[in-house]
Ligand binder design. Sequence first.
Ligand code: OSB
Ligand code: MG
Length: 371
Amino acid sequence: MELRKIELLEVWVRLVSPFETSFGRTVERPAILVRVEEKGGEEGWAEVVADSGPWYSYETNETAWHVIRDFIIPDLAKVSSPSDFPKVFSRIRGHNMAKAGVEMALWDLAAKLESRPLWRYIGGVNRNILSGVSVGVQPSIAELVRVVRGYLEQGYRRVKIKIRPGYDVEPVRALREEFGPDLPLQVDANAAYQLSDAEVFRALDRYSLLMIEQPLGWRDLVDHAALAKMIRTPVCLDESITDVDDARKAYQLDAAFVINVKPARVGGLGETLRIHDFWYGVAKRPIWIGGMLETGVGRGHLVAAATLPGVRYPNDISASSRYYESDIVEPPWELNKDGTITAPERPGIGVEVLVDRVKKAVKRSLERSLS
Ligand code: OSB
Ligand code: MG
């Protein structure tokens, strides 16, 4: 592919309800939409998910804008396929969300140039992906039960709740009491605990959770390995895995049974595939695909990744309506009655970006010619 142009469009999108985790509360979030265009006029789209503050990771929408504008765009013309991306930008340490935003736009473009759906283009096999829902910390246990019941009625196949010190065993106990032992249930601590909180994990261990996600430090592997030996519940890593090398080390230390792979966190779809091929293909362990409250644009890349054969648990990929009043793509992402989302057969991510709506809402933009 010969790239002709790149555009960045930053919009702020408001969630249908606030999303609260151990690191903070999100009501509205920035999304930097990336549009690349090649010489024949074909386009590719993706999204930078970095939040307004360095809470989940050190990146923000400001650092991502800076890194893309000043360090990625100047060398972007050297890239002639998405798989070149890591080589060309190997000098840039970290900033995976910034990299992923551009890299994934190239994957969408590459698939469209071959008139193939992105999920088939990257080797996906399961067209109907299992959709789970990630439920933020709620103001009360009664409210949590009510919110979860609503999602189950809509058809979501698995529930993940956010936990933090003081809001952990009690919400899990309440959900088990209300919905029984068969509800596929898991928890995500977003690195809010320490190994010395072992008592909490031993208590959670009695509730047959599918997994416990990122209980300990956001860069830790060693303490997670120690915790994994103490409990039966499988340990899942999110924040701690930023590339395939981290995955290899996690395997060597036995720090996790499962990885929540977020394409944005690991620098894009290329690294997603490498982690998949190692964790599933070599280590013979399962992955699933996590989200960052993406708009319909980023959701397209998540859906594609979730069709990979090593995805063995339901994903944090819900319908557009779970996040936004009106999404910025057409058609919006919908949940089937059986709790799956169907990967489209249209080329690329398979949804049209509502460019007029985006341009009306845009907070800042940048356009650079690449030829
Ligand atoms: O830890 O998985 C996480 C959202 C923002 C930041 C971190 C996380 C999450 C989620 C939501 O859990 C997943 C989704 O997009 O539905
Ligand atoms: Mg997580």
